[in-house]
Design a protein around this ligand. Structure first.
Ligand SMILES: Cc1cc2nc3c(=O)[nH]c(=O)nc-3n(C[C@H](O)[C@H](O)[C@H](O)COP(=O)(O)OP(=O)(O)OC[C@H]3O[C@@H](n4cnc5c(N)ncnc54)[C@H](O)[C@@H]3O)c2cc1C
Length: 392
């Protein structure tokens, strides 16, 4: 890899520019480097370090994805739990596993790979804008000048792309360790609902790594105004104390995030040869926030299309109307009757095999499979949501 020390007075042109080097940008780089495209003139631009530990990504699959970091041991679970008051469901994932990826390991391995390619140029800088001038794509950076790209893949939220989501998934996670913890490491708690949290619905998500060590994440479906991190911290502390009776634990890692829950297409510049990728491109499932797996399948297919000299069809990435509809029904419940959400999720997982629900959440089911899955649920709240239907 060639680290660029700008500014450079003259405009350099690259075959491929990847703007934003988080999950989507680095995933794309990974697939590009594994292909003959690694001989092209490639520019990477991002403002992050090489290997920041800032996220924990989970996905489900039969076996780990090829991009899964090789660090051992592999962290995965075979069971999911849902809890609301005295109601508890534990369900097996069957042939699937729920895998955990540490962003730190993921970034580290991909950067190691990048460093083996002297032909790749990297700029550590802020991207200010992407423009189309005289038929070319021009990337404007804060300190290193401008660059031209024949194809540009962008995962950066640029100033004009404001998020107008009415509902956000806000979360704060702590990895905690304590000898006094005695966790069951076989099951992920996907949702432990908090029935006492006023008008908005909160739940705790737990990834138990061993009996003394877990990621405990408090999540809130929040309307417009974002809750302060003090409130979120207080919720995690309260949860740890009420569930496990401890106050003396060490916090070894923190993560936080806000995921817009919206089915509206993002406000993106639609220039020829400019492709938006990752969360900003609407690759996040609005009702759940899961994105990692989709990033992998889409980035892999981008590279396959480039190799075959096929057009990358951005419109093929648009979500099927019926999945937007299901998401809106659920988001409508989350917005208007959040107290009903625990019942909806517990009912869904009690009456259906987890593997079928996860296939549905991945948007890989047929209409017939969806009818069979949804027909088992209690209808009242869905009918209410349909009568008062809104788009989010
Ligand atoms: C804490 C957290 C946990 C998550 N957990 C899961 C999970 O378990 N499973 C799942 O499927 N999804 C999860 N998600 C959702 C999603 O997978 C992640 O947000 C994922 O990182 C999205 O990838 P991305 O490349 O689109 O965005 P990012 O990974 O955020 O990458 C964007 C990159 O662009 C850089 N950047 C931003 N602005 C500029 C600029 N102006 N100039 C240069 N660089 C810039 C940023 O520093 C960042 O590195 C999680 C999200 C968060 C926030």
């Amino acid at each position: 890899m060639n680290l660029f020390h700008g500014p450079f007075y003259g405009i350099m042109t690259f075959d491929i520019i990847i703007s934003g080097l988080g999950c989507a940008g680095l995933s794309l780089v990974n697939y590009v480097l594994d292909s003959p495209l690694n001989q092209k003139a490639i520019l990477l631009i991002g403002n992050e370090g090489e290997g920041e530990k800032n996220k924990t990504w989970c996905y489900w699959a039969e076996t780990p994805l090829a991009i899964h970091p090789s660090v051992k041991p592999l962290v995965a679970w075979k069971n999911l739990k849902f809890i609301h008051r005295d109601d508890k469901i534990s369900t097996s994932l069957d042939h699937l596993n729920y895998y955990k990826v540490s962003a730190e390991d993921f970034y580290k391995e991909i950067w190691e790979k990048i460093n083996q390619y002297p032909g790749i140029t990297y700029i550590n800088d802020f991207v200010e804008d992407i423009l189309q001038e005289d038929g070319s794509l021009k990337i404007k950076t804060k300190n290193s000048g401008c660059f031209l790209g024949k194809k540009v893949f962008n995962s950066i939220q640029l100033p004009h792309m404001q998020n107008h989501s009415r509902l956000n998934q806000v979360f704060l996670g702590w990895e905690i360790k304590s000898d006094r913890l005695n966790l069951n490491k076989d099951a992920v708690t996907l949702m432990h609902f908090d029935s006492k949290n006023g008008k908005e619905m909160g739940f705790t998500y737990i990834l138990p790594f061993n009996q003394n060590h877990a990621l405990v994440e408090y999540t809130l479906f929040s309307k417009n105004k974002l809750p302060s991190m003090d409130i979120m911290e207080a919720e995690i502390k309260k949860y740890i104390h009420s569930q496990w009776g401890i106050t003396d634990y060490s916090i070894t890692y923190r993560e936080q995030g806000v995921i817009p829950m919206s089915t509206f297409p993002p406000n993106l510049k639609d220039y020829q040869n400019l492709y938006h990728i990752g969360s900003i491109a609407g690759w996040t499932k609005p009702s759940t926030g899961y994105t990692f797996h989709k990033i992998q399948t889409r980035c892999q297919s981008i590279v396959n299309n480039l190799l075959d000299d096929k057009r990358i069809n951005k419109h093929a990435w648009e979500r099927a109307g019926r999945f937007k509809f299901y998401d809106n029904i659920l988001l409508n419940i989350a917005y208007k009757w959040p107290e009903k959400l625990p019942e909806v999720f517990l009912d869904l997982f009690r009456k259906n095999a987890a593997k079928n629900i996860l296939k549905f959440l991945n948007e890989e089911t047929s209409l017939w499979e969806e009818i069979r899955l949804l027909a088992k649920l209690r209808f009242r709240i869905f009918i209410r949501s349909l009568i008062h239907y809104d788009r989010y």
